[in-house]
Design a protein around this ligand. Structure first.
Ligand SMILES: [Zn+2]
Length: 364
């Protein structure tokens, strides 16, 4: 398969008052009737900053989100688009809302799409893909579209007021971009400028969080919008998205996300956020690579942000040996992207890596 760059949303604005741009954007895109997909909490958080929806230059059709980016929800949304004759979609909310909006907009005929992320917990606003889930929350893999959103608007005050835990999960998901893609992008060399850009973006996904995340989280807890905070917030949304945006399959998730997907099959971890499971996936990947130095480097960072480092942190403290084996087996099923890495990963190796981390956690 050729590597195709889908670099960015066509327009992006992140500043206080960004939602005021909505009216002008709708006019310039010649939109007439727009489905407005949103989570309840997201709408509540965004409302003080949104313009009067009835006064926008297009008719707005309200569509509350069911809570899961599932086939059923996507289908329902497409049916509503068809039934109302809508010509565009706005998605306001967290990653699942945005992923659902992307899926429906594409499958309804590649309709214009406007995304208003209310959390910085992943790069969903940026990327040209959706992660699809079963109704019970099990990840069913992802789907890639030919283009990103027409417009992404970020009101920092909305994201700053969102739960800190989501922000921290986003930091972990962003950090994974570096660890998951570094080897593949390095192997691709400097033959393509797109790959060079992807690698630079991946580097920012590691460097900015490691340098600024702790101050950013502190600021957010104090309800302050600081430069550190803005930098980390935009890194999650933009730099994370640019890695896959430039390098396509070479910039996609690999080991840490395969571990995440495996964890979603354990109901004990259901209360954990995507990025929290990915955080454990990063550490497990480093254990697989026997990269002790990097594990030690990340450990205090994980501790200060309360990211999971051991099975106990994942609510899997009592996982019996065959449970560990099952987790390892799920991590290496043939469909998993962990196999994109340039070394072979077997169930046995994953079991060993999990156990080595358990030993480390005990010794802390
Ligand atoms: Zn992710």
């Amino acid at each position: 398969m050729p590597l195709v760059s889908r670099i960015a949303p066509q327009q992006y604005l992140s500043e206080e008052g960004a939602y005021d741009f909505l009216s002008e954007a709708i006019e310039k895109l010649f939109l007439k009737k727009i489905i407005f997909l949103h989570g309840e909490k997201s709408l509540h958080a965004a409302l003080p900053y949104l313009p009067d929806l009835q006064a926008l230059p297009a008719e707005i059709v309200d569509f509350p989100f069911s809570g899961e980016c599932s086939e059923a929800e996507i289908k329902k949304l497409i049916q509503t688009i068809r039934a109302t004759g809508a010509d565009a979609l706005i998605g306001l909310g967290g990653g699942k809302v945005l992923d659902t909006a992307k899926a429906a907009a594409y499958h309804a005929g590649n309709l214009p799409l406007i995304l208003l992320p209310t959390l910085a917990s992943n790069c969903a606003a940026w990327s040209a893909l959706s992660v699809i889930y079963a109704e019970n929350g099990t990840s069913l893999g992802h789907r890639i579209y030919p283009k990103q959103a027409n417009l992404v608007l970020i009101e920092p005050r909305v994201i700053a007021a969102s739960p800190v835990r989501f922000f921290v999960a986003g930091i972990a998901d962003t950090l994974a971009k570096w660890y998951e893609t570094e080897r593949l992008l390095r192997a691709a060399g400097d033959s393509s400028l797109a790959v060079i850009y992807a690698r630079q973006s991946a580097r920012l996904c590691r460097d900015i969080p490691l340098q600024h995340a702790q101050q950013a989280v502190r600021a957010m807890r104090d309800q302050k919008v600081t430069d550190d905070w803005k930098l980390v917030m935009e890194t999650t949304i933009m730099a994370g998205g640019l890695v896959g945006g430039f390098a396509d399959e070479l910039g996609r998730a690999t080991a840490a996300h395969s571990v995440h997907d495996a964890l979603t099959t354990f109901s004990e971890t259901k209360h954990l956020l995507h990025g929290e499971k990915v955080a454990y996936g990063i550490i497990l990947q480093l254990a697989l690579e026997k990269n002790q130095d990097e594990i030690e480097k990340l450990r205090p960072f994980y501790r200060s942000l309360q990211l999971p480092f051991s099975l106990a942190d994942l609510n899997l403290a009592d996982l019996p040996e065959d449970g560990i084996r099952e987790l390892a087996a799920q991590t290496v099923t043939p469909d998993k992207t962990i196999h994109l890495l340039p070394y072979s990963v077997t169930e046995e190796k994953v079991v060993e890596a999990i156990q080595s981390l358990e030993n480390l956690a005990v010794r802390q």
